[in-house]
Ligand binder design. Sequence first.
Ligand SMILES: Cc1cc2nc3c(=O)[nH]c(=O)nc-3n(C[C@H](O)[C@H](O)[C@H](O)COP(=O)(O)OP(=O)(O)OC[C@H]3O[C@@H](n4cnc5c(N)ncnc54)[C@H](O)[C@@H]3O)c2cc1C
Ligand code: SF4
Length: 316
Amino acid sequence: MRAFTYERASSVEAAAGAAASNRNAKFIAGGTNLLDLMKLEIETPTHLIDVNGLGLDQIEATQDGGLRIGALVRNTDLAAHTTVRRDYGLLSRALVAGASGQLRNKATTAGNLLQRTRCPYFYDTNQPCNKRQPGSGCSAIGGFSRQHAVVGVSDACIATHPSDMAIAMRALDATVETVKADASRRSIPIADFHRLPGDTPHIETALEPGEFITAVVLPPPIGGKHIYKKVRDRASYAFALISVGAVIQPDGTGRVAVGGVAHKPWRVEAAEADLPKGARGAAQHILAGARPTEENRFKVELVQRTLGAVLSEARG
Ligand SMILES: Cc1cc2nc3c(=O)[nH]c(=O)nc-3n(C[C@H](O)[C@H](O)[C@H](O)COP(=O)(O)OP(=O)(O)OC[C@H]3O[C@@H](n4cnc5c(N)ncnc54)[C@H](O)[C@@H]3O)c2cc1C
Ligand code: SF4
């Protein structure tokens, strides 16, 4: 690990200001992803801004009946919150499907959204990787790609976004609230928050340098059955091969977001009109234009089968 300096931020504005004055600074929340990456020298910040003391660990009702989740709310606390379990069950289920109890006790809402890919070549500093070192090439294309993306891919990167929580946030139409380095604030719809890889897979979100997440806001509850199905190689403590997060209404309409298939939580709103007719048409629509590799072609059928299981569970 490279040497770094450390400070505890005293306010949100001070945190954003500290990041603005040092381009090599990083915020640290739970540290469950960042510290691993620093030990491997994949991330090499020269300064850490600890944001754990900023009081952003509250979950509050919004005026319109939604929920504001502070950026520092731990995954365990969010999953267990009474309102989340009652009105946003999809979010609670997606959270407990992720990582382990110990990790969820430390992992935060913002850190979870910003966790980096689990592509094995990204973690192997002996291998070319455009995301780790822009312009060096992509080892997964033509290499081991069983876990990788099938839609929204580019010739530069086929990595997936690994977060379970983000899949639920996408289906629930969350908004990410931030403060920029100049102290101005903005709200970013989750649909626009994560990016596709294109030619710049190292740029993963819409955040500007130094921009700090303060909260994630959920709109008022939409009812329906909330289901999260995660398919993985081990029953627990494993990232999704694919996952399906859904809210299905009694008439069969609903919302679906899919994980493990793209560089961002994948939702195709136009496909949701097909849900009452069953999984096949909707899944084909969701994965239209898919470019799987020989090793991950199975994901295309797996999405349809998992969506089928979700719809049958929703019908009871
Ligand atoms: C063994 C293992 C298994 C796992 N399994 C799963 C799994 O199955 N599913 C899953 O979804 N996740 C899984 N995870 C990932 C885990 O959920 C993430 O590591 C965690 O959510 C990251 O949150 P954190 O608070 O620890 O982030 P940190 O590591 O502190 O930070 C992550 C990134 O976010 C930035 N950041 C943090 N807070 C802010 C903020 N407020 N504003 C702007 N930037 C910020 C940091 O600078 C850093 O770049 C696993 C992790 C491990 C180690
Ligand atoms: S898929 Fe993306 S993260 Fe993986 S090696 Fe290729 S460029 Fe790197």
